[in-house]
Design a protein around this ligand. Structure first.
Ligand code: ZN
Length: 91
């Protein structure tokens, strides 16, 4: 989209160049024409818009690890553990 506006600028400056007799204005228009045409051909396509901010809020909450309570000391122990890390007893 930005490129098209620069193409339009170059066309307008070319038209102005044909319509004016002032040497100074012609020189300015040549600069404008070259710059806008160069930008229009070199300018890369604009980057896609950044992702919306609420994208991350929809990420699922981290899955809670299944816990069980040690029968000896009462501390929470990971479900797949068979030995309590706190008191070294079987859970
Ligand atoms: Zn324990």
């Amino acid at each position: 989209m930005l490129r098209y506006s620069f193409v339009v600028i170059s066309i307008i400056s070319a038209l102005n160049f044909l319509l004016t007799d002032e040497l100074f204005v012609q020189a300015l228009l040549i600069i404008c024409l070259v710059a806008s045409l160069g930008i229009a051909t070199i300018w890369p396509e604009p980057l896609p818009p950044p992702p919306s901010m609420d994208l991350w809020s929809e990420a699922p909450d981290e899955k809670e690890r299944e816990m069980k309570v040690c029968s000896n000391c009462g501390k929470a122990v990971d479900q797949k553990w068979s030995m309590c890390p706190y008191c070294s007893k079987k859970v």
